[in-house]
Design a protein around this ligand. Structure first.
Ligand code: ADP
Length: 366
């Protein structure tokens, strides 16, 4: 609408109103077109895509209210101004609910029409600009996701794989100090890969992709699978994991892959932030509408002043106990977003030096 003359469609069964509006608007340098009833008005909306529609609320055949609904469906950004010979507050409120921008009672002065149309055109310009910005933001985000997954993730995965190949002795003997340096390289690359993966998962959650096609998920077997997957990591940290869940645990509705990420993050944290000889207990039970999973550890715990921030993006507690523990600070924000996307809740109880319990509540499948 930047360069073209704005088009105003006047839909009214009274010829005198159509003519007078057209004249006033033409004098303003605007392009006015008219329609004598709702059906013709709707056709013209499709045909000329006007910027503003002036709609009479009381017309034979399709009335202004019906017309408003249809118009807004065709073009949500179209500015509709309603006019009526029987002004009352209820019809104004009803018209606004249907998406009308403003209300003009008959009879009206030329200036009143001019001012309201000018304001409407300004609003239209702003809404179109903000819709364009939203689209642009979406496009940049999608581009960024593609860039990160292809240009960043793929080379990192290749470097990780080559470290494995060299460390495995497949391209010649590696002496002890070379091996140690390479192991550090592999660990650092692996941390970076985890960060990229967490970041990509966050973007997918924000786009609503993860719960677009929910399916019943059996949490008992999911928890057993995650515990098994993390068993060797736990053993390396001298931590034991126990899973306590009944086989008749009701299923929850959601995305199994995302829920696996939730419990992988929680249990990984319980391993990472535990103490030598520490314990992790994972228990699941049904309560009312929810399946509740508690992940309890006997680890280093979280102080009261840090507790409110642990779900924030990139938040990591820095102290003597956590200094050497790798992480991105994205894990728990990812966990909370996935749980929220499943209409669930997450709570944490923790005491510094004693351990933590993360409680995840997910709605049962009906
Ligand atoms: P990361 O694990 O990558 O550092 P998270 O978002 O998963 O990031 O966690 C944020 C912070 O919360 C961690 O850095 C850690 O300080 C604290 N934290 C999370 N889980 C636990 C836990 N089970 N025990 C103690 N501290 C924890």
């Amino acid at each position: 609408m930047d360069n073209k003359i704005p088009t105003i469609l006047v839909i009214d069964d009274e010829e005198v109103i159509r003519d007078s509006c057209s004249q006033i608007l033409a004098k303003e340098g605007l392009c006015a077109i008219t329609a004598e009833n709702g059906m013709i008005g709707l056709e013209k909306v499709k045909e000329v895509q006007p910027d503003v529609a002036i709609v009479d609320l009381k017309m034979p055949g399709m009335n202004g209210f019906e017309l408003l609904g249809e118009i807004k469906e065709l073009d949500p950004e179209l500015i509709a101004i309603v006019i009526t010979g029987y002004p009352n507050i209820e019809s104004a409120v009803e018209a606004m609910k249907l998406g009308a921008y403003d209300f003009l009672p008959k009879p009206f002065a030329p200036d009143e029409l001019r001012i309201i149309v000018r304001r409407g055109l300004e609003k239209r310009k702003l809404s179109l600009e903000s819709a364009q910005l939203r689209q642009e933001k979406e496009r940049i985000k999608e581009y960024f996701i593609t860039l990160v997954s292809h240009e960043l993730r793929s080379p990192l995965a290749t470097v990780h794989q080559y470290c494995d190949t060299i460390l495995g002795g497949f391209v010649g003997e590696v002496n002890q100090s070379q091996g140690e340096i390479l192991k550090i390289c592999r660990e650092r690359v692996s941390d970076l890969l985890k960060l990229v993966d967490d970041w990509l998962s966050l973007s997918r959650i924000e786009s609503g992709e993860i719960v677009a096609h929910p399916k019943p998920v059996n949490l008992a077997s999911l928890l057993a699978h995650v515990a098994h997957k993390l068993q060797s990591k736990a053993a390396m940290n001298a931590v034991t994991i126990r899973v306590d869940s009944t086989n008749d645990l009701p299923s929850v509705l959601g995305n199994a892959e995302a829920l696996e990420l939730v419990f992988t993050n929680l249990i990984s944290n319980s391993i990472k932030f535990n103490v030598e000889g520490g314990k992790i207990e994972i228990s699941a039970h049904a309560d009312g509408k929810y399946v509740i999973v508690d992940v309890t550890d006997t680890g280093i715990g979280i102080s009261a002043e840090n507790l409110p921030f642990i779900f924030d993006e990139f938040y990591r507690i820095k102290n003597g106990a956590t200094r050497r523990i790798p992480g991105s600070g994205l894990g728990l924000s990812l966990v909370r977003k996935i749980v929220n996307a499943h209409s669930g809740r997450i709570q944490v109880v923790s005491e510094e030096g004693r351990g933590s319990t993360f409680k995840v509540m997910l709605p049962k499948t009906n």
